[in-house]
Design a binder for this molecule. Structure first.
Ligand code: OGA
Ligand code: MN
Length: 297
């Protein structure tokens, strides 16, 4: 297997690896590269659904995002079940467009994601690149004053909040498994359970910091996001059909770039659940959301 680092602080390309038939030594090598680069791209490997699912399961238990335990892959796409491109005002389309803003997967769930994997099944002619930003390198580059300021701070993460900022009311307890139990509270600095490296843990779902006025919390979060998601900490992948990418949600943010929304874009997503001990978060019911929705029951 050949592993070639990108020129950024994260991201590497893996060639000549058969993900469907890895020896123990190869898996060890791949896992080591994954922990080092946080994003691995395997060009044009054309995994089948079950091959992708089986490979993803090497990292841990899959998060069921479809509501059906037998269906482990989620199609992140702008088409309906008949393959027709969704209109701009479609509710699901607006949820998919939320992916255009820097985030880490499932940070609004009680247990956030460990790893996510994507395969490119259908692509628009242009645009639709995916970018990842390195929150370890971002933390390393923070000045001491900022580090001291955020050291003991935590933020609530909410999907209702992040969609509301895009003008979409998401019904509490509606599909996608959004919790009814309140919002998880997560430290702004996350120490990686496998590498021990600290990383900023932020993204578009983070919205309120206990001990700070909401206005100050928003300013701090947006300052950190702007600072963090800058070169050389941003790795971009321009997709070809059959490409497969895996990333570490514990230490990177990601987003998709705009594309021609009249053309179909279909990605197969598998998500590995985080570990209870390190990705589980306390849930708070009592916080009144600041964004117009009543608190989840
Ligand atoms: C995701 C996601 C980005 C993309 O699948 O979690 O954010 O490029 N996707 O589709
Ligand atoms: Mn995502």
């Amino acid at each position: 297997m050949k592993i070639r680092a990108s020129e950024k602080t994260l991201g590497a390309y893996v060639e000549e690896a058969d993900l469907t038939d890895l020896s123990d030594a190869e898996w060890k090598e791949l896992k080591k590269a994954f922990l080092e680069y946080a994003v691995l791209v395997l060009p044009e490997v054309f995994l089948t659904t079950s091959q992708q699912e089986r490979f993803s399961e090497r990292f841990g238990k899959l998060d069921i995002l479809t509501g059906n335990p037998l269906i482990k892959s989620l199609y992140v796409c702008n088409v309906n079940e008949s393959g027709e491109v969704l209109p701009m005002d479609d509710e699901n389309f607006r949820i998919v467009r939320g992916n255009e803003y820097w985030h880490t997967d499932s940070s609004y769930m009680r247990i956030s994601a460990k790893v996510s994997c994507l395969s490119a099944l259908t692509l628009p002619d242009s645009g639709g690149e995916t970018q990842w930003a390195d929150m370890r390198a971002a933390y390393d580059e923070l000045d001491q004053e900022t580090r001291n300021r955020i050291e003991h701070l935590s933020a609530y993460h909410s999907f209702y909040f992040s969609q509301e900022t895009l003008g979409q009311r998401v019904e509490v307890g509606s599909k996608y498994g959004f919790h009814r139990d309140g919002a998880p509270l997560r430290t702004l600095v996350k120490v990686h359970s496998e590498t021990g490296r600290p990383a900023l843990y932020i993204g578009r779902h983070a919205y309120r910091i206990p001990g700070l006025l909401d206005q100050d919390a928003r300013e701090l979060l947006s300052y950190l996001m702007d600072f963090a998601c800058k070169p050389p900490r941003v790795f971009e992948h321009k997709w070809n059909l059959g490409d497969f990418v895996m990333w570490d949600n514990r230490c990177v943010l990601h987003r998709v770039r705009p594309y021609d929304y009249s053309q179909p874009r279909i990605m197969r997503h598998t998500r590995v659940k985080g570990d209870e001990q390190t990705e589980g978060a306390p849930m708070t019911k009592s916080e009144q959301p600041p964004y117009g929705l009543s608190a989840p029951e």
